[in-house]
Design a protein around this ligand. Structure first.
Ligand code: PNW
Length: 458
């Protein structure tokens, strides 16, 4: 493919890494196999009323037993990279202390299989499944979590560094605290304006401690993954402008500011009021660590207006002419270009990976001819990849793109109702069928993006 002329508008830079992403709890199943301890998600999903239809991760995509087939599937699609997460309580069933070798072996074999098939692993240490034993000790509200997380990281760095060259500390600290500690929709299901800033701060301390431990042990790259979305004011009123600033600080700056600039944006004090603590300035020395890259998960934007919502007093206004995906998120590709330019202007020239991007749409059943026709997803990916290319043209150092998700999977509290996969999963038989979007994405990869010169099929 490198021999082809490069007069293409959408050819991507050499070495740009094309892949897909998943997370342990969402695909693996067998959460207690081979000596693993329970995680907060196993506990949460088995608490009546916490997830849609009581769906849980006991089976999920059965990836824990079908991982070899799934690696073959990735190879057949031509993926160059696979972003996955490790379940902490498979490695350390009590969260700290005793290492469960069988858990380590699972990920070690997976990494070997990926490498044998020419697929680069991107490993996320924490994608929301805290060992339940650590939640019993206060979880992210306990300042000791920084030591726990560094200890867990060290075990994996020693076992896998050299084979895994790209590491992520946390996936989406915003969702962890907003969902887990402020609004309670995600594990561990707390609802407290007082707890949320403490959990956030401790997550960032844990991030810093894990990066520090990595520098002492590892030789490759480590970064942080955040979910961010641009906030645009719904009107020219001062109230909406202030609401937009709050929403932007809350979602986009709450974690990147401390990690990269060593401070919180002032608007957070406004959002949390008397619940915003006076943090020890010493903590920021641990939190700010040089990072090799930042991972950005992008799904949507928000047109923001002032309202009565707690505690942000800001919310998204529905756009009458826009397309929405099945999670109620507006499809807005231009927002990704805007966001990437904002990132570069605010934080400088740090390498960026798009570590998640994708959409849930209702897919038709697998047709007789074996196809799953999903033009809305192709359209979504096509437009977002062009938006990324626009940001590259504008000088943002974007190194790779991971579709969310490789497989239809467990969408947390929404259970199996939302299908984000480029590969359809039949949860009865566990049969995998690449959707048309997967076949299309495979051609994008094979053409280094030149496939994007074609108009979107939808
Ligand atoms: C991400 N928001 O979650 C997660 O990393 C995935 O595990 C998840 O399956 C995927 O996106 C799809 O939801 C998010 O409200 C959850 O802005 C919520 C938001 C963003 C990302």
């Amino acid at each position: 493919a490198d021999a082809l002329p490069s007069n293409s508008r959408y050819q991507f830079p050499k070495g740009f890494l094309w892949g897909a992403a998943t997370a342990a709890h969402q695909i693996e199943g067998s959460p207690m196999a081979d000596g693993a301890g329970p995680s907060i998600w196993t506990r949460f999903a088995h608490t009546p009323g916490m997830t849609l239809n009581g769906d849980n991760g006991d089976i999920a995509c059965d990836h824990y037993r079908r991982w070899q087939d799934d690696v073959k599937l990735m190879r057949d699609l031509g993926l160059q990279a696979y972003r996955f997460s490790v379940s902490w309580s498979r490695i350390l069933p009590e969260g700290t202390g005793r290492v469960n070798q069988a858990g380590l072996d699972f990920y070690s074999r997976l990494v070997d299989a990926l490498l044998e098939n020419g697929i680069e692993p991107l490993l996320t240490l924490y994608h929301w499944d805290l060992p339940a034993a650590l939640d019993d000790r206060g979880g992210w509200l306990n300042r000791d979590c920084a030591d726990w997380f560094a200890e867990y990281g060290r075990v994996l760095y020693r076992a896998l560094d050299g084979r895994v060259k790209k590491w992520v500390t946390l996936n989406e600290p915003w969702v962890i605290t907003d969902g887990g500690y402020l609004h309670g929709a995600l594990a561990p299901g707390h609802r407290s304006r007082y707890e949320a800033p403490i959990a956030s701060h401790n997550l960032m301390r844990a991030h810093g401690a894990a990066v520090q431990a990595y520098r002492a042990e590892g030789k490759h790259e480590i970064g942080l993954v955040v979910n961010i979305e641009p906030k645009y004011p719904a009107s020219e009123s001062e109230a909406d402008a202030a609401a937009t600033r709050r929403a932007h600080a809350y979602m986009n700056e709450q974690y990147l500011h401390p990690a990269l600039l060593g401070r919180y944006p002032p608007e957070l004090k406004e959002v949390f009021g008397d619940a915003w603590p006076d943090f020890d300035p010493e903590d920021f020395k641990l939190i700010v660590q040089p990072l090799d890259f930042v991972g950005i998960n992008y799904y949507t934007r928000s047109v923001t207006q002032a309202n009565d919502s707690y505690p942000l007093k800001a919310g998204a206004v529905r756009q009458p002419l826009a397309t929405y995906s099945e999670t109620g998120w507006e499809v807005f590709p231009q927002g990704l270009t805007d966001l990437l330019l904002w990132f570069k202007n605010t934080y400088g020239d740090l390498p960026v990976y798009i570590t998640e991007n994708g959409a849930a749409f209702f897919d038709p059943p697998v047709a007789e001819n074996g196809h799953v026709c999903d033009p809305l997803r192709i359209n979504y990916l096509h437009k977002h990849l062009r938006a990324i290319h626009d940001a590259i043209d504008a000088g943002v150092d974007i190194r790779g793109y991971m579709v969310w998700s490789l497989l239809d999977n467990l969408e947390w509290s929404l259970g199996y109702s939302k299908r984000f996969g480029i590969v359809h999963v039949n949860y009865g038989t566990q049969e995998r069928t690449p959707k048309d979007s997967a076949l299309w994405y495979s051609q994008v990869i094979g053409s280094h993006g030149r496939k994007l010169d074609e108009p979107s099929p939808y």
